[in-house]
Design a protein around this ligand. Sequence first.
Ligand SMILES: C[C@H](O)[C@@H](O)[C@@H](O)C(=O)CO
Ligand SMILES: [Mn+2]
Length: 597
Amino acid sequence: MADQTHRYAAGFPKIGIRPIIDRRKLVKAALNENTMQLALHTAQLLTEHLRYPDGSPVACIVNETCISGFREAAECADRFAKEGVGVIITVALGWCYPLETMETNPVLPHAIWGFNGTERPGAVYMGALHAAHNQKGLPAFKIYGRDVQDIDDTSIPEDVQAKLLAFGRAGLAVALLRGKSYLSIGSVSMGIAGCIVDDRFFQKYLGMKNAYVDMTEVSRRIDNGIYDAAEFEQALAWVREKCVVGPDPNPIDMRIPDDQKSQDWETVVKMTLIVRDLMIGNPKLAAMGYEEEAYGNNAIAAGFQGQREWTDHRPSADFLEAVLNSSFDWNGSREPYIVATENDNLNAVTMLLGHYLTNTAQIFADVRTYWSPESVQRVTGYRLEGHAAAGILHLINSGPAALDGTGEQAGQDGLPAMKPHWEITEEEIDRCLAATSWRPTYMDQFAGGGHSTDFVTKGGMPATMVRLNLVEGIGPVLQLAEGYTIELPDKVHDKLDARTTPAWPTTWFAPSLVPGDPVFDDVYSVMEHWGSNHCAVSCGHIGADLITLASMLRIPVHMHNVSARRIFRPSAWSAFGTKDLEGADFRACAAYGPLYS
Ligand SMILES: C[C@H](O)[C@@H](O)[C@@H](O)C(=O)CO
Ligand SMILES: [Mn+2]
């Protein structure tokens, strides 16, 4: 089994916490202990509730002294740099001197909590500090509790906790992206523009690098046995036991013979090991004498072009995409490896944003069809109801939907879920696999054969459909729709699905509507305003977190159904407009430019 620990050999970014104090002797004496306690309780909250992608608790560092001026601020910055701090939170109980104590690192997400206690001017300091940040073009998040706390109360109010955790989740996502690679295997698939790798986007907005490997490298490694043979045997045995093969959807005369199909299974398992090794490396290969192949590309996401130069003559990458995107494989549960089919790297980034905010697997899908209630009734006689009453979207793509997308895992509320891998039980893994039929794929589109997944996502899962697009004249923009997966009566699903490519995975999705909203007053207009053929689907209503994360990356959000009260962006955004939050977002992102510009 590939040594999973080396996947994050460089370690994870920490959250650095900066307690601030007025250095006037009597004031310092009065506030030092409680200020430090607020900072320590902040660290405790974040470590208790936030997890890294491998499931380990998020590490926080509290500066060992309260910061009262230039020297301590500089010493803290140096210490945080040495400790790998990627996110910063400043905590203040009383007044201090902003230009002396402020942190000026322009790329580390920064939040400032000003204690709401009227005995001391913590909020006054917070206001002055935000003014300094905004005057200097260093936008920071403002956290200020709604209710006054007593000066000796070092607990964290619930509303402050919620903002600290929302900021921490998004800030860590920014830090986890920084310095890593996106690996393109192949190039543009079938003329899909989302497959064009815009390296400046990755560099300037995400702080990422781009690695490029031709698909022939996968062939070379298959042909020369450059993969862990023992793991291959383990994986193949798992496939034979756990992957249920479904009926071949092709006309008899187009079907691949069974012995060839069996051979193809071996090929796609090898492809899976090889793509994972290309992403993160594999020390086992070095032990086999393949030091260079063992190296990997430090890739947190990859795309496999597949169509058409590979799939026209070799088994498709549907298996590798589905399994790597899932939270489990023959080694048990583990963090998903984000892989985009067709090398749609914009959808890979979209999946990464959702993955790092939730630590869960993602569904990758075509946004294929809007079904109005009238059309469903005409075709099936069934009237859509409940969350689906205003219409549904058919999300379906061969291949890359994670098997978690079956919805066979149960959330704490008992609803269908896609959970962090460390919460998924063996029984749930087996349920996801049992709900998936591996269907020989369509020979008219994948002449090289292979098997794709056929499943339908269980209904009732709160979900968020997301897409990052590049628009000339603006740059990257994000769109999202919170909603629910929909369960149709079997006969209705079968009838609608049969019109498409029923041997592929389906998610029926209904966006939550907002009466009077220019887009979200109608399911049809959500489809009409969707900016691409693809989307990623995350479990949960994570729209607010995505909006916070997008603001950190300076990526404007042009379409969402998140209420204004849930939106949390840097305080400077309000200076760009408070009536028109969407326009303010665009103006602020344009003014600040890419995070790594
Ligand atoms: C097999 C077909 O070419 C599919 O790959 C196509 O419908 C797409 O998924 C396009 O994104
Ligand atoms: Mn597609």
